[in-house]
Design a protein around this ligand. Structure first.
Ligand SMILES: Cc1ncc(COP(=O)(O)O)c(C=O)c1O
Length: 405
């Protein structure tokens, strides 16, 4: 047989690849397609809520009215019609701005990558919540940062350049920052000369009740205007229209947006022209009613999960009570390991979730896990949480009795 000499590619990769790693849990999560598994792992939008008819009509209209432009290259900053709509929405949310303050990106994920590229040099410190969105770590890692836990009670450590936060209905914690924490972060950022990256991925999915002001709105109010702000707001249509459109945006001072446009150009030239036309059309009418539908559907699922947790979790387990979004964060008794529990749950109970540890950039808390209620039905939520509760109770020993009911 011929000998095959395989090149040692790792020798040739750039040093930055030492920071880029596949997630350990990815292999386990590949098993989730099996039909008898009830999965709380996904964290993706419920496809039944996609505005399919309106997207279909908008594609037809874009091709019929302006087909040649729809299929053509377009400007890197994004189509003026869509940027204009976003600028008006950011203005209404308390951050008065114009279209030059908006860059359209390929989802908010690309916004995080471009922001990393613009601001981070190897060894710079990024301040993150514990836990944080692991996709943001994936975006920043290629720029070789260090991470430190964001501490609102202390001055930012030296070398800190950027604070990344998900202040509304967070992935993964489900938590929403109260106003005083938002104000405190702005103060810390001013003192430490930090860039604030506000990830608003779930901001539109509040279940009702008073929304907290966006960080960028508080920043604009303090600093006197968008051009003096140090917050970059990352928005997305992934959770409200469809993630497959791959459309998100950054809102921030022109000096930053101008540089991000150059990086966007170098990366992929521009976001899909036809998808931008479709999004601009779909949001132009009936968008508020559509959002209300999403909010009430996710609220119902969230309530089903809260009820199931109360019914089936053993004493000693606690969980977050999100006021929006798609996630509940569960804290297990000391000594539990979410990854081991997942393995056991897949094998014995056919129920899945994401273990908590990968959501930590520093000091992982292994006795935690993330549940998403976006996909399963209310019945499956109850049954899945019953199985999860049983698996946890079985590992708690006789000392802690499972709650009756
Ligand atoms: C907090 C957060 N930010 C950003 C993203 C990226 O989404 P997209 O690139 O589709 O806008 C996600 C996706 O799950 C998310 O949960």
């Amino acid at each position: 047989m011929e000998t095959l000499f395989v090149t040692d590619w790792t020798r040739l990769f750039s040093p930055r690849m030492a920071h880029v790693r596949a997630s350990e849990i990815r292999e386990l999560l590949k098993l989730l397609d099996q039909p008898d598994i009830i999965s709380f792992a996904g964290g993706i939008p419920d496809p039944a809520l996609f505005p399919l008819d309106r997207v279909q009509a908008a594609y037809a209209q874009a091709l019929a009215d302006n087909g040649q432009a729809a299929l053509q290259y377009s400007v890197s900053e994004g189509l003026p019609a869509l940027r204009g709509w976003i600028a008006a929405r950011m203005t209404a949310a308390g951050a008065p701005c114009g279209i030059d303050n908006i860059l359209i990106t390929a989802g908010s994920q690309q916004a995080l990558d471009l922001i990393g590229k613009l601001f981070l040099a190897p060894g710079d410190t990024v301040l993150v919540e514990r836990p944080t969105y692991m996709g943001a770590l994936g975006a920043f890692n290629a720029y070789e940062p260090r991470y430190a836990a964001l501490d609102l009670g202390a001055a930012a450590p030296s070398g800190a350049r950027l604070a990344y936060v998900v202040p509304d209905f967070a992935n993964p914690s489900g938590r929403t920052w109260p106003r005083r924490e938002r104000e405190a972060l702005l103060e810390r950022a001013e003192d430490g000369d930090l860039v604030i990256v506000e990830d608003g991925a779930y901001r539109e999915l509040g279940f009702g009740g008073a929304a907290e002001p966006a960080l960028i709105a508080l920043d604009v109010a303090r600093s006197g205007g968008i051009e003096a702000a140090r917050t970059l707001y990352c928005g997305t249509f992934s959770k409200t229209l469809s993630p497959a459109l791959r459309l998100g945006w950054v809102c921030g001072p022109r000096a930053v947006i101008d540089r991000l446009v150059l990086l966007k150009q170098g990366g992929d030239l521009h976001a899909s022209t036809i998808n931008q036309m479709v999004a601009a059309q779909v949001v132009s009418e009936g968008y508020e009613a559509h959002l209300e539908q999403l909010r009430s559907a996710y609220r119902a699922k969230s309530e089903a999960m809260q009820a199931a947790l109360a019914r089936h979790m053993p004493l000693g387990v606690s969980w977050s009570r999100p006021q929006g979004g798609m996630f509940v964060w569960v804290s297990l008794p000391e000594g539990f390991d979410g990854a081991q529990l997942l393995e056991a749950c897949l094998a014995e109970e056919r129920v899945a979730f994401v273990p908590g540890a990968p959501f930590y950039a520093v000091e992982p808390d292994r006795a935690s896990l993330r549940l998403s209620y976006s996909l399963p039905s209310a019945e499956d939520i109850d049954e899945g949480i019953r199985r999860l509760g049983r698996a946890i109770a079985a590992r708690m020993g006789g000392a802690v009795m499972a709650k009756a009911g």
